[in-house]
Design a protein around this ligand. Structure first.
Ligand code: 3HC
Length: 691
């Protein structure tokens, strides 16, 4: 049974039971509708809508979105709740999201547990609320706050919900249902009229225009080309001037249109791909996680301190080890500064920051790691450094402790072999800044034990990371693909595009930053040094010649005030004037003719370089599914989420059309790099042109 009705002392409890998150499928919608009919029976004084499984309702069942909607539809169900002649109280524990919050808005009163979260996250799925959310919310709380909630998709806490008027009460004593019953009896006994939001007008309509405009500007900027956030904002704005029925009809129409579109398809793909990626690989069987209660980090540089903060954020005590007291002091200072800046940005309170800082203990003595259950090495990226550290860890770590490396390129199997316990060694590749970026590549070596992988996945979940399991190869999933992407960006310069043109085309496509702005930010010397260690022939030297010339001239990016761009007061102030002549000289050296390059070519070359390399990664079993690759790119490399990731994007474009396009690129001066991967339809051996 998916909706349960129980009449107890005049209160009809309507309980939604659809584990794990009580998503609303057809069955629940029908069950609620039937319960609302039963609520009109004599003897019912009030109704409480509640969820089983310690949560309320996480929204419509997303798995139904790819199918034809089946009646009863949610708006009809919510209208029935609102029309009910008995007072209806929503008792919100856990999550009230999307259609779940819309149900609560259809109720006449709302009480929440202190830990509840309430939100309309539909835009994160490429849609707008489809059951009155954009029209009822601004009739209950300040319309601008409503617009911000709907266009960002971000949920609010129970305390914020109370402050804004979204809920009437917070259950103080810890028993939500008992307090909801108390609330229901009070309302019924006072004979209060049901509060029906659809019958209200929106507060202070005239004063809002400027605030809406302001919000629209920031929404558009953050949307990076996605349509749903803007559409959601427009619908809330409409509620100000339009009767409920008209606004609700427009909302439903927008919801159905967006739901059928590519953006929603891409975002649903990523939603499910992220959850699939977080599960243990299929061949791992029933291994259970090892207990992890304290964690060690080796290295207090940028990565080490970011990783330590991410563990502290997840509530783990962390011991961070450095070689010298000076380096350790710098690292500890970086951690306190990091938390200080979070306080200043209003992300956490002073007391929370203090609790987290207290979880981090610094030391220069490796012996202090002896009790740790997991130790993550985040030291300099060189094999002899790793050898030394892993020898030492092998000597001090307790048996059964997991030894992880944050290497982003090096051979994990070689690192594991420095220890007497290669089964306990795993890669945990974080992205900078590690306490902010959500991606975590979990690298599985030849001998990594199944329970080590399961444990790393568990730790990732506890620290709010998005994990993807990858196999061993140079650069794993993300950085290996990046190499192909960077190659094409560099070749585009030789063939005639400018850095600004490439960066602009790719940010218009939705990338968080253009590749040359990224190179300036991370430091042009990083890739330069990495290439020195690469085997000749394993990469196209002309693809990075402009980068190399800049590095050799000391133009290392933001840190030197000039890279591809020139920086003034930390802000880009146009192209570095040296760059055009460096490009021209490189072009002569490469013997390439300059030509006009349009934005479509820039986007397709860069995107299909990613997808094609992703195809090899899949073929070699480095990634288990193309969705895993998409999750990596969306969460770690600034790929626009609403385009679903590079593999999904190529599929949407049409793999045959991608092949044709690659054949055009293969006819160019560096065509030999376009060997077609099986994902795109090649056999991996020939270039698209030769096929
Ligand atoms: N529909 C279908 N399945 C859902 C779901 C939903 N709305 N929400 C979660 N699930 C599934 C997940 O796919 C996962 O399934 P799996 O175990 O088979 O992989 C399972 O529930 C547990 O989910 P999580 O792993 O994400 O569990 P967490 O505890 O980490 O998070 C959550 C719980 C915060 C509820 C998170 O799942 C979430 O954010 N869900 C989506 C909420 C959402 O976007 N709701 C709006 C839907 S659209 C809508 O309501 C339209 C309406 O306006 C008409």
């Amino acid at each position: 049974m998916s909706v349960e009705k129980t009449l107890c002392d005049g209160i009809l409890h309507v309980t939604i039971l659809n584990p794990p998150v009580n998503a609303l499928s057809r069955e629940e919608r029908a069950g609620i509708l039937e319960a609302m009919a039963a609520a009109e029976a004599p003897g019912v004084q009030a109704v409480i809508i509640q969820g089983a499984n310690d949560t309320f309702i996480a929204g419509a069942d997303i798995r139904e979105f790819g199918k034809e909607p089946e009646p009863p539809h949610l708006p009809e169900v919510i209208d029935a709740i609102e029309r009910c002649s008995r007072p209806v109280i929503a008792a919100i524990g856990g999550q009230a999201l999307g259609g779940g919050l819309e149900i609560a808005l259809g109720c006449h009163y709302r009480i929440a547990a202190p830990g509840a979260r309430l939100g309309l996250p539909e835009v994160t799925l490429g849609i707008v609320p489809g059951a009155g959310g954009t029209q009822r919310l601004p009739r209950l709380i300040d319309p601008i706050a409503a617009a911000a909630m709907v266009s960002s998709g971000k949920p609010v806490t129970a305390a914020k919900a109370l402050a804004s008027g979204l809920v009437d009460r917070i259950a103080q004593e810890g028993d939500l249902i008992a307090e909801a019953v108390q609330f229901a009896l009070e309302v019924a006994q006072a004979d209060l009229a049901p509060r029906r939001l659809s019958g209200r007008n929106v507060a202070e309509p005239a004063a809002q225009a400027e605030a809406f405009e302001h919000l629209a500007v920031s929404t558009r900027r953050q949307a990076r080309g996605a349509q749903a956030p803007i559409a959601a904002l427009e619908l809330v704005k409409l509620a100000v001037t339009t009767p409920f029925a008209e606004g609700a009809a427009r909302e439903r129409e927008t919801f159905l249109r967006l739901r059928a579109g590519n953006e929603a398809k891409a975002l649903r793909h990523i939603f499910f791909a992220e959850r699939a990626a977080a599960k243990p690989p299929a061949d791992i069987g029933e291994a259970s996680a090892r207990a992890v209660s304290c964690i060690g980090v080796v290295g207090a540089g940028t990565m080490g301190t970011g990783i330590a903060m991410s563990f502290a954020d997840g509530g783990f005590p962390v011991t961070i080890v450095e070689t010298t007291t000076e380096a350790l002091a710098k690292g500890m200072e970086r951690i306190s500064q990091g938390y200080q800046s979070s306080i200043e940005k209003g992300r956490i309170s002073q007391s929370v920051a203090a609790e987290r800082i207290a979880l981090v203990h610094g030391t220069t003595d490796y012996d202090d790691l002896s009790e740790c259950d997991l130790i993550v090495e985040a030291a300099f990226e060189a094999m002899d450094v790793k050898r030394d550290i892993f020898h030492r860890l092998d000597a001090v770590a307790r048996r059964g402790a997991i030894l992880a490396t944050n290497t982003s390129y090096l051979d994990l199997d070689e690192i594991a072999a420095f220890t007497s316990r290669p089964g306990d060694v795993v890669g945990m590749h974080y992205f900078s800044p590690a306490n902010v970026m959500r991606l975590l590549e979990i690298v599985r070596g030849r001998e990594t034990a199944p329970d080590v992988i399961v444990t790393a996945l568990r730790v990732a979940k506890r620290t709010a990371k998005v994990p993807v399991v990858a196999g061993v190869c140079n650069g794993f999933i993300g950085n290996r693909m990046l190499k192909a992407y960077v190659r094409e960006t560099g070749l585009l310069l030789l063939e005639g595009a400018t850095p600004e043109q490439v960066d602009t085309a790719l940010t218009r496509f939705g990338m968080a930053m253009g590749p040359f702005a990224v190179a300036d930010l991370s430091g042009i010397d990083i890739g330069y040094k990495a290439r020195k260690a690469m085997a000749p022939g394993s990469y196209e030297p002309m693809g990075t010649i402009v980068y190399d010339r800049l590095a050799e001239a000391g133009h290392l990016g933001r840190k030197t005030g000039n890279g591809f761009y020139r920086y003034e007061d930390g802000k880009a102030a146009g192209i570095n004037p040296e760059v055009p002549s460096i490009i021209a000289a490189a072009r002569r050296e490469a013997g390439v003719a300059q030509r006009e390059i349009d934005d479509a070519e820039i986007i397709d070359r860069c995107m299909f370089a990613l997808a094609n390399e992703g195809g090899f990664i899949l073929e070699e079993g480095i990634a288990a599914a193309s969705g895993d690759i998409d999750v990596v790119y969306v969460n770690g490399y600034g790929f626009p989420r609403h385009r679903g990731g590079p593999m999904f994007h190529a599929e949407q474009y049409g793999l045959e059309a991608v092949r044709d396009r690659i054949a055009q690129f293969a006819a160019g001066p560096f065509g030999k790099w376009w060997r077609l991967s099986p994902f795109i339809g090649g056999n991996g051996a020939q270039t698209a042109l030769a096929m």
